[in-house]
Ligand binder design. Structure first.
Ligand code: GDP
Ligand code: MG
Length: 175
């Protein structure tokens, strides 16, 4: 049986750690300096409950207000990781906007698209600007998943991808 494949799109404002999270997931290393203009996709196969799943992960770049490519990759995504940095309040506001943009582009009702909100840079507790409760509250009211992670320590990184694929399976009703 061919493994099921998943198109996962990693979104969020510049500098929040989209590339660092993606590369930590795919290669198990923390990259400190990654070209912020590079947009690339990566493939990794994981096994969940004995079942192989192929993840095609698009690490997006250039999340300016106006990005003509965005509707295209939103339409092609099966599931979305919306990343903000817990040290950057503005990136949290941007994450909220991106959530609405995904729903608008897919013409979908809240709670019907597999989305995880990810508060990255959890290792920088001293510089925290977004309380965990605030991230959780937004995720709950939007009926999306939520977790905090660190690309640096790898905490939460496997979970965010695994949980999202589980959510895709649940919501598409064809596990
Ligand atoms: P992107 O623009 O969203 O792709 O962000 P990058 O992945 O390029 O990361 C931007 C900067 O934040 C880089 O200097 C990374 O090293 C740093 N960074 C990313 N994730 C983390 C993290 O979890 N903890 C810490 N301390 N720094 C991080
Ligand atoms: Mg990047």
């Amino acid at each position: 049986m061919t493994p099921k494949s998943y198109n996962i799109v990693v979104m969020g404002s510049g500098g929040v750690g989209k590339s660092a999270l993606t590369i930590q997931f795919v290669r198990s290393v923390f990259v400190d300096e990654y070209d912020p203009t590079i947009e690339d996709s990566y493939r990794k196969t994981i096994t969940v409950n004995g079942k192989p799943k192929i993840l095609d992960v698009l690490d997006t770049a250039g999340q300016e207000e106006y990005n003509t490519l965005r509707p295209q990759y939103i339409r092609s995504g099966d599931g979305f990781l919306i990343v903000y940095s817990i040290t950057d309040k503005q990136s949290f506001f941007d994450a909220k906007k991106l959530q609405s943009e995904i729903l608008n582009t897919k013409d979908a009702d809240p709670g019907t698209i597999p989305i995880y909100l990810v508060g990255n840079k959890k290792d920088l507790e001293d510089m925290r600007a977004v309380p965990t409760a605030e991230g959780q509250a937004f995720a709950t009211e939007s009926t999306i998943g939520f977790l905090e992670a660190s690309a640096k320590t790898a905490e939460g990184v496997t979970e965010m991808f695994t949980e999202l694929t589980n959510k895709i399976d649940e919501m598409s009703c064809k596990p």
